[in-house]
Structures are given as structure tokens and as C-alpha cells.
Design a protein. Structure first.
Length: 335
């Protein structure tokens, strides 16, 4: 397969993903409703590419990542990797695919067992999947992985508490790489780090992508990070993707009012940009009780009557999509 056709072939195709959590109450703990954390989400990621999933806290982006890996169980949709729908597999059938899709969590302190030395934490996955014929071979692989994430291999016999936050995140990345994955879900992987350390980890992720051909689903609320790392952006609001497209296009020509509001909030030294910031009013809709019509209409500065009556679908726009009635029309709507 050529490099061009490989780039067009999705490594991961997510379609109609729905993950709802029951709300229980009363003495018998009956189901009274559902939190619609992820509600009909679709996207694709090709090998060697990065899709950034962005949005405010509580929008469902972390649940999307965990649902793709079946760390939480979706109720509907499909997650297709190399022609296999992972949601249709039993536990034993799913096991080989867990090696190919790994996750790096936000908090490296919580991710690493404080009782395990770094060598054992990294080698744990290799042992589980039968990688390496002996402990000595696995130790050699740990040495190579620590060098790859720019840590001193002599530190492998230390415990996690002996490292800084940035070093612990490098260890978590090495542990994920130990089982030779094809895709990493990075769930706010740099948000807990200082800005200077964030840049170092982002540069490391870029180097690993170029070297190993990794794909990333990069979950974040920091749009500055997105511009530096991602090939494509998907913007989430209350469980749904409201805009998706190439990073350059989304940043230069956002087609959804929520995307425009997010981009206008990026800190800037330009006084014109500060003066034109879009300030949203109203409350974020509850995923347990989403409003009728467009879920963003309660805060949208461009709302009109149709937004309150009907829910917009995703409309194709310039190599991407926008979930907005304004994307369907060229003339301004009546107030």
C-alpha cells in the first residue's frame, strides 16, 4: 500500500458511538434517567495522524476515549480497528486488540503503582502479552524504551515518587509503548504539567509519531496545544461533536458559534483579538436533560427560532463538518 493510500485508510473508525450512564434513585434504585455523556459521536483517525478532541470539562471527551478502549461500555455504535468492530468482541477476543490501542492518563501519579519500580511498571504489559522470551530480554527492552522517552536507563530501579511530574509522564508513555501499540489515547496527558514541561512532552510525542507512525486521539481543553500537535480537530459540546475539520481550517475559519467562542478565548497579545472575544452567557446544558433543539442554543450569540425547535445534523463544510443551521445557508437568519 502506498503512503498516500495508507494515510487515507482509517486506523480507527468510530461511528454512532453512544455511552449513557443511568441515573438511579429511590429505595429500589430504579433507573430514573440517563446522563448522555456521549451521544452519536463519529470520527476517523488514520495511521500516523493526530485527531484532537476538545471542549469544556464535562462535555464527554474523556468518555469517548474510554469508550473506544472499552474501559467503559458503550450502548450503541461501532469502533472499528483494522476491519474489526471492537464493541462486538467478547473479553477473550478483545485481549489482542488491547495491545494495539493504549492510553496515557492525565495524572501520572495515579497511573503508576507506587509499589513497583519503574522497570517492573514498564515491563508489566510485556509480561501480560508475552513480549520478550525472558526477564533479561524484557529488561533490555525497558532500557531502550527509557532512552526513547529521554530518561536515564540507570533510573529504572527507582520508585515513581523519586521522579518529577514530567518524568513520571515520560514513564507512562514508555509503559504504553512497551506493548507496541498503533494508537495512543492521550487523555489530558499534559494538562497537569508546567508549561515548559508540557512543551517537552508534546515535542516527544511528535518525535515518537514520526519515528513509529503512531496515531493519537488527543483529548484536551487547551487549544494552544491542539494547534501545535493535531492534524484534525473535533470540537465537542454536551456529548456531541459540533465541528470537525483540519486544524488549519478550523483555526482560521471556524464554522460553529461554539468553536468561534473557544478560539476567541485563547490568550493573545493582540488588543483587537481581545476586544472581539465572544463571551458566552447562560448555563451549559445538562447531559442528563439536554434542551430541545440545538444543545448550544441556550448560550449561542447567533441563535434564531429554528435553533430552539429542531436539532441540527452535521453538515459537510470544507473537508469537515459543522452541527449548525448556519452552515446550511449563506444569508443571515432572521432574528
Amino acid at each position: 500500500m502506498s503512503a498516500a493510500s495508507s494515510a487515507r485508510t482509517p486506523l480507527l473508525r468510530v461511528s454512532g458511538l453512544r455511552t449513557w450512564f443511568p441515573i438511579r434513585g429511590g429505595v429500589l434504585q430504579r433507573v430514573l434517567g440517563h446522563v448522555r455523556a456521549v451521544d452519536d459521536v463519529s470520527f476517523e483517525i488514520a495511521a500516523g495522524r493526530t485527531l484532537a478532541l476538545v471542549g469544556e470539562s464535562g462535555c464527554g471527551k474523556t468518555t469517548v476515549g474510554r469508550s473506544c478502549l472499552r474501559l467503559v461500555e458503550p450502548q450503541a455504535g461501532s469502533v472499528v480497528h483494522e476491519g474489526v468492530d471492537l464493541l462486538g468482541l467478547g473479553r477473550r477476543e478483545l485481549r489482542p486488540y488491547r495491545r494495539r490501542l493504549q492510553i496515557v492518563f492525565q495524572d501520572p501519579n495515579a497511573s503508576l503503582d507506587p509499589r513497583l519500580r519503574v522497570r517492573d511498571a514498564i515491563a508489566e504489559g510485556m509480561q501480560a502479552f508475552g513480549i520478550g522470551d525472558s526477564e533479561a530480554e524484557r529488561t533490555e527492552r525497558v532500557v531502550a524504551l527509557l532512552r526513547r522517552v529521554q530518561l536515564d536507563p540507570d533510573q529504572m530501579w527507582r520508585y515513581p515518587h523519586e521522579f518529577s511530574g514530567g518524568q513520571r509522564q515520560r514513564i507512562c508513555i514508555a509503559r504504553a509503548l512497551a506493548v507496541e501499540p498503533r494508537l495512543l489515547v492521550c487523555d489530558e496527558a499534559v494538562s497537569a504539567l508546567d508549561v515548559s514541561i508540557q512543551a517537552q512532552i508534546l515535542n516527544l510525542l511528535l518525535e515518537l509519531q514520526q519515528e513509529l507512525g503512531l496515531a493519537y486521539l488527543f483529548i484536551t481543553h487547551d487549544l494552544g496545544v491542539v494547534r501545535h500537535l493535531a492534524h484534525e480537530v473535533a470540537v465537542m459540546y454536551v456529548g456531541q461533536i459540533v465541528e470537525r475539520g483540519p486544524t488549519a481550517r478550523v483555526f482560521s475559519d471556524p464554522r460553529h458559534p461554539y468553536t468561534r467562542a473557544l478560539l476567541s478565548a485563547i490568550p493573545s497579545a493582540d488588543p483587537f483579538r481581545r476586544a472581539t472575544r465572544v463571551r458566552l452567557t447562560g448555563d451549559v446544558a445538562s447531559p442528563a436533560r439536554p434542551p430541545a433543539g440545538c444543545r448550544f442554543h441556550t448560550r449561542c450569540p447567533e441563535v434564531f427560532e429554528r435553533c430552539r425547535r429542531g436539532a441540527p445534523g452535521l453538515v459537510p463544510v470544507d473537508e469537515g463538518e459543522s452541527r449548525c443551521f448556519l452552515a446550511e445557508r449563506s444569508e443571515p437568519p432572521a432574528a
